[in-house]
Design a protein around this ligand. Sequence first.
Ligand SMILES: Nc1ncnc2c1ncn2[C@@H]1O[C@H](COP(=O)(O)OP(=O)(O)O)[C@@H](O)[C@H]1O
Ligand SMILES: [Mg+2]
Length: 264
Amino acid sequence: MKINRPPPILELKNITVAKDGGKKKILRNISLRVPAGENIAILGPNGAGKTSLLKLITREYYPLADEKALFRVWGKDSWNIFELRYLLGLVSNNLQSLCAREISGLETVLSGFFGGIGLHGERITAGQRKKALSVLRFLEIDRLKNRAMSVMSSGEARRFLIARALVHDPKALILDEPTNSLDLRSTHHFKNMMRKIVRAGTGMILVTQNLQDIIPEIRRVALMKNGRIIEDGPKEIVLISRNISALFDIPVRISKRNGYYYAL
Ligand SMILES: Nc1ncnc2c1ncn2[C@@H]1O[C@H](COP(=O)(O)OP(=O)(O)O)[C@@H](O)[C@H]1O
Ligand SMILES: [Mg+2]
């Protein structure tokens, strides 16, 4: 009997990205394979290359040509950029600053169907509106839908951007430093929302410099430093004091509580 397995979400082998006319290697020989449905966190200090890795995945940055290099998303190595970005729901802080405008939360979410930010006379189908409203209810933000993005708190606005990504039922939701600039309470609620999304079956690729962002449902962690992936595996093996001390160049002790890891 033949079992049809879905292709891996990501399959990268020997990928190098250089900037400044090839002089500066910002990603060095990256290999990373993420099977469909797997959740992974990529943890590393500022400047490690985490955002560059996401830009590589969304085809804003291109790898150096190399016959050993392999770059596949969902089993394919050539993509229409819009299809690719719908398949992978990327929420970055850059996107958040682009959206901080006089457009309502609902409009922001609906504009996800057209790949833009805000609506410019596009026709919205009943099905699209229904989908947007169901995502807003799922994320528990429907009561804020008529509020302008520019007056929402960071945490609220970020939820709408996540909703905007989720209207496509992406194969994976990709978050870049999602708790940046959120206070303790907003961080707590935001992480509960991340947990709810993952439990409902959307794969998550989380990029962060903060150990505490790694929700219990994410069981695999890759450590990134100086453009390289230096460790990759189950978090109970990767998130040990020795590795995290080396990653951030300071002595830390790791402790674990309620499925979360903390650096002391
Ligand atoms: N377009 C670019 N041109 C030159 N250097 C870049 C470019 N993009 C990223 N870098 C450099 O690559 C390194 C990694 O950056 P980044 O991926 O943003 O790190 P992180 O997200 O882990 O903080 C930094 O030194 C940054 O300055
Ligand atoms: Mg970054």
